[in-house]
Design a protein around this ligand. Structure first.
Ligand code: FAD
Length: 584
């Protein structure tokens, strides 16, 4: 099999907030570096940073502080975050938002006095979410993309990374094997430093928000490469995904949190508000609580015609809603709903993975030369990501990765010779579907999405997880036997569907393994058979590694190196807010 081979100094996988910031900062640190970005779609036109609606968390306003942002993140994350990572996020977000505005050219919404407008997001003690109306990501990614275009950066668009390739002498990473999706040919890019920034994405669930290009490829590659994944049971469901029917990709897309923050009501199929019977904060409770409450209504049969609940905004005044949330109103209108004046059917939707690759504060991983940033990484958010901390995470750590990779190369990082046996194995793996008889991939994807939704979804038990894992084995065996009808490799999207499913099934097993291992309920992870939070002082995180067919799980104690449960960094605050019954 022919393989095109290239060399570069820095290879970046993915062009979301993490990937583009890394490219920018690497070139700023050393303009002479040869930087290559490889992406499954088109630069800046794919991934989830572009889809960010609500905004960007940063402690800027008088009265707010980095300590307050940090405490909200730790308490919201149920004491599972790695505290140094969370602190770095809160501190650097201030610098990064100024960079976004003053150097990169983003225009965010402002108050009449000229200061940045910051809106309320659930689970936060201060209004700290900077935004551009309700379509913040487009502003951020378009401006970033222009900045990167202006640099001499090599672009490998429509290139799908399929394997991280270790050095033949096992001293670190040598590069990445990818498929040029336009021709179907293989390409190996050898690099001194590689950044994994493919954005994870829980798109194995029946209802999900991430863009179609995100199928956990980076996490599956990292697992095969030997890295450890942490907090993988922590899959965040956004409470209000649009429910537009089974045949539209609009189903599952997010109606932003600001709607509930502004005072929107959730109603069950009988038209009754129900949130106050689940939590004193009602619709403004955190995402995990609202998602579970909606799911409970659905399970008890109090649903709308399409099986969800309603969000209703009309009591806030249709004109005002239309003015404040134009993007959301338009999205709903496209599916035949009147958000401003009527009711819209919604359902919880898998949105974000708090778990991911274990990485260090300088974005390095356990393998020399391999760096990771953004949603591919675990540890920053713990059991729950605050709305607005996602894009802060990817831009903060993406920028750090760019600087650190440049410094790493500055210290003489070598181009390592690849382990050719891993390249060969990667090609054999990718070629597999061409050797099988054509089958029903769409049906298989549908079965996977129902398994994850029903058995390893919003509420779990040991029995449901075990059931789900058995089905995942069956789905995996079926995929291995399923081939493609068309042997042409150029733009063969069914081939890429097969590869997507392969990544999703691998990572679904990791989620199931971690979910079985965590015998308590925290944040996004709710075990009906273990509804208690457990002793916060004894908090441990899940760490999964090994072969997808023989996964190993360890529980690793969390180090409270900045603040302990019961303490707070905020003056005059007796301690962290207690976990209420409703939050369990
Ligand atoms: C609808 C929606 C709304 C959101 N709203 C908010 C919000 O208001 N506030 C907030 O903080 N967060 C929000 N988020 C979360 C936020 O978008 C993410 O946390 C963050 O942007 C992820 O950035 P990233 O760079 O890690 O990944 P992404 O921006 O998702 O980029 C990943 C990149 O990797 C590429 N890629 C994937 N697989 C491969 C492969 N095999 N080979 C090569 N390239 C690959 C993709 O094509 C893409 O370019 C939202 C997410 C969604 C889906």
């Amino acid at each position: 099999m022919h393989i095109d081979r290239h060399k570069t100094d820095i290879l970046i996988l993915g062009t979301g907030g993490a990937g583009l910031f890394a490219a920018l900062h690497a070139k700023q640190a050393n303009p002479d570096l040869d930087v290559t970005i490889a992406v499954k779609g088109l630069v800046g036109k794919c991934g989830c940073t572009r889809m960010v609606q609500g905004g960007y968390n940063v402690a800027l306003a008088p009265g707010d502080s980095i300590e307050r942002h940090f405490m909200d993140s730790i308490v919201g994350g149920k004491w599972l975050p790695r505290q140094d990572l969370a602190w770095k996020l809160c501190v650097t977000a201030v610098e990064r938002i100024q960079e976004l505005e003053n150097e990169i050219g983003c225009f965010f919404d402002r108050n009449p006095d000229g200061s940045l407008h910051q809106k309320a997001f659930a689970g936060q003690s201060f209004d700290r979410t900077v935004h551009k109306s309700d379509l913040t990501g487009i502003e951020i990614i378009n401006r970033l993309m222009e900045q990167v275009w202006a640099l001499r950066v090599n672009r490998l668009e429509e290139h799908r990374a399929i394997e991280l390739i270790p050095a033949a002498d096992k001293s670190g990473i040598s590069g990445v094997l990818m498929i040029d999706m336009r021709t179907g040919g293989y390409r190996f890019v050898q690099a001194r430093a590689v950044l994994l920034a493919t954005g994870a994405g829980p798109s194995m669930y029946l209802y999900h928000t991430p863009s179609g290009d995100k199928t956990c490829d980076g996490l599956a590659m990292a697992l095969r490469y030997g890295l450890k994944l942490r907090d993988m049971e922590m899959v965040q469901f956004h409470p209000t995904g649009l429910l537009g029917g089974p045949d539209t990709r609009m189903t599952g897309t997010v109606l932003e949190e600001g709607l509930r923050g502004a005072g929107g009501h959730l109603l069950n199929g009988a038209g009754e508000r129900f949130m106050s019977s689940y939590h004193p904060q009602g619709e403004r409770a955190t995402r995990d609580i609202v998602s579970r409450s909606i799911y409970s209504e659905m399970r008890d049969g109090r649903t709308t015609p399409m099986g969800g609940v309603y969000i209703s905004m009309g009591h806030l005044g249709a004109d005002s809603v239309a003015k404040r949330f134009p993007g959301m109103v338009k999205r709903c209108a496209d599916c035949g709903f009147d958000l401003a004046g009527g009711r819209v059917e919604v359902v919880p939707t898998a949105h974000y993975m708090m778990g991911g690759v274990e990485f260090e504060i300088d974005t390095s991983t356990a393998s020399p030369g391999l760096f990771a940033a953004g949603e591919d990484c675990g540890g920053v958010h713990g059991a729950n990501r605050l709305g607005g901390n996602g894009v802060a995470n990817s831009t903060v750590y993406g920028g750090i990765a760019g600087e650190e990779m440049a410094a790493f190369i500055g210290k003489g990082a070598p181009l390592r010779d690849p382990d050719e046996t891993v390249i060969d194995a990667g090609i054999v793996r990718a070629e597999r579907p061409f050797r099988q008889k054509a089958g029903d991939l769409l049906g298989l994807r549908d079965r996977l999405s129902h398994t994850m939704w029903n058995d390893i979804g919003i509420m779990r038990t040991a029995g449901s997880i075990a059931n789900g894992m058995t089905k995942l084995d069956e789905h995996g065996a079926e995929l291995t036997e399923t081939g493609l009808a068309d042997g042409d490799r150029a733009f063969n999207l069914t081939w890429h569907d097969w590869l997507n499913l392969d990544s999703l099934m691998t990572i679904s097993k990791v989620i199931g393994t971690a979910a079985a291992g965590r015998k308590d309920s925290r944040g996004a992870h709710f075990r009906e058979d273990f509804p208690e939070t457990g002793d916060l002082d004894e908090t441990a995180y899940t760490q999964v590694h090994g072969d997808a067919d023989d996964l190993q799980l360890d529980m690793v104690p969390v180090t409270f190196d900045i603040v302990r449960p019961g303490e707070s960094l905020i003056e005059d605050e007796a301690g962290a807010p207690p976990v209420t019954a409703g939050e369990r």
